[in-house]
Write a protein that binds this ligand. Sequence first.
Ligand code: FHN
Length: 687
Amino acid sequence: MSLNFWRRAIWVCVCSGTVLMCSCASPPAPSPSPFGETKAQHDARMGWWREARFGMFIHWGLYAEHGNELNGRRGGRYSEWLVQGIPNEEYEKLVDRFNPTEFDADAIVRLAQQAGMKYIVITTKHHEGFSMWNSESNPYNVMATPWRRDAMKEMAEACRRHDMRLGWYYSVLDWHHPDYLPRRKVDQRSVEGADYNRYVEFMKAQLTELLTSYGDIAVVWFDGDWEKGPEQHRSREIVDLIHALQPRTIVNNRIGLPMDYDTPEQRIPEDDIPQRDWETCMTINSSWGYNKFAQDWKPSAELIRHLADIASKGGNFLLNIGPDGKGRVTPQDTERLRVIGKWMEVNGESIHGTGATVFRSSASTPWGRCTVKKLEGNRTRLYLHVFDWPKDGKLVVPELGNTPARTSLLSAPGSALEATAGNDGVVIQVPQAQPDPANSVVVLEFEDPVATYHAPQFDAPASEMIGPMDIALFTPCDQLEIHYTLDGSQPTSTSPLYAKPLRLTDTTTIKARSFYQARAVSEVVASMYSRVAPRPAEGIEAPRPGLEYQYVEKDFKTVAELEAYLASDAPRTTGKVASFDLGSRERDENFGMVFSGLIRIPKDGVYRFEMTCDDGAQLWVGDKLVADGDGLHGPEAFSGTVALSKGLQPLRLVYFNGSGGRFLEAKWALAGRPLAPVEDQSLALAE
Ligand code: FHN
């Protein structure tokens, strides 16, 4: 799936459901909903979140009280992690000290609002396991403190009063609950009798409380899922519970399932922009929870630029504050949010309700970033976020083709700036003095569709074919024309004009280039498609159902380590299974399994295989490595294609789990068709 397609798809949704500049051939969107909604239903549920762009994260728990120092012991970078090295009996004493008499939920909500934030996500329970609400399922909660106030109730009421959306952060990882496993090193409690399934029931009970007693909850923001996989967390059951209790709630991805959006932490994607909804969460100093030692505060200007950077890439910014043990927002957090708020007062429209840049990447606007808003009809506004003000008064937008109808500074709407389109893009005459040293926004308003320069992209089911195959070419901008060649020559404005998918029957290299008003505006891009003979099937007469497996135990980090171990005379268990089933393993971590057998190919064709694994795996079909998911990682999908003849084809899947969650799933289909799970009936063993 092309990055631009997704950027554009998300952008289209942001712009109040209005479709813009998008009639080029584009790949079909996969089902975007984790709850089986239609795309329209999913978009409607995500609508406010995509419009919001900016939210407040609050880390507040017992860790606020110690501020990263307890009984002479100092924590690492994150104050909320100090508990990791402290026995529970010692840490629990904080409960008697926690008395944040200056906590003022209304003031916090107002601060968020003034900063231009549209939602708040607050920690209900962090890894320390302490519940910040009056939890019936857990006496280790805020009502056991001298303070005896339900902090989450106060937040919920304040948010309702100020019309602010509220989300719950909930840590799956819990270093206090007796059923949570694994234990920390300092935790001497026996694991005998600890039952993770009972812990899951506890989480469900807590989430039920949080989603039934506090009104509308906009987001559930999971965290700390990494010690186990979705199977052990029973993630599906948990998210279905959330959906049943509050069908409009948006759920983040940290529960071992992809869910509604991704959550890059402490970083803004550069070129690896997620092809899904996403939100960067970030601290203002270096800690999430209040840490009296962390004085490395980011300057307001940096945060303002981060906000523009994230919005220009189609993401949201969840900026964290860590109130202290008295419940006070630190003066440093407050000051920065006030400065951001002042900037947002003037420039908020360049953030809220905007979509990702229409240019190729952030490098296309070397002086800053661009966000976009679609107005009615063809009217479009580009917001140029200028971080580096041009010394010569000429702001050059190199990949823009047409002159805007109106150009002004967002801080001075009446100011008409002169803009001229030429061979080098559009040049805007700006005043010598930079209006805002952090980020000055120049608005370009277009009455006609905006012409931006992009290289053509290819949409093909595979790079190999055994018969005719259709290849589509597209760019995200309808104003461009694509000229192409099939004979290896460079495309010019007199080369064939792309109008509909190209049908290839033999090995061919397509070269293509974008043109605007007969002028080449992109580099030449090339893609080769090879005609191949499908791998002949094995001549096996009477196959039996199932696969063979080998199971070995060791701390593997790569498939190569596992293969070397298998090649030795290391001890192993072998047997037969119906499919790629990890059920025959004897432990949950540090093991490897190899499945081998045959797959029934229904007809000659190029097939796509997709394997999702946690940790590493490699899938071989015939003698081709089709999907390579080697290494230690969370659940991730890997895919590839192979040309196969009808009949039985050898297949081998090598999988290992280091520590944490384990997961393995394989899907397949003829290339270009929707993938479906590899079913037991498709798998076989030679006699
Ligand atoms: O371990 C936590 C950390 O304390 C903090 O809550 C952040 C916020 O995204 N999340 C975890 C690490 O991914």
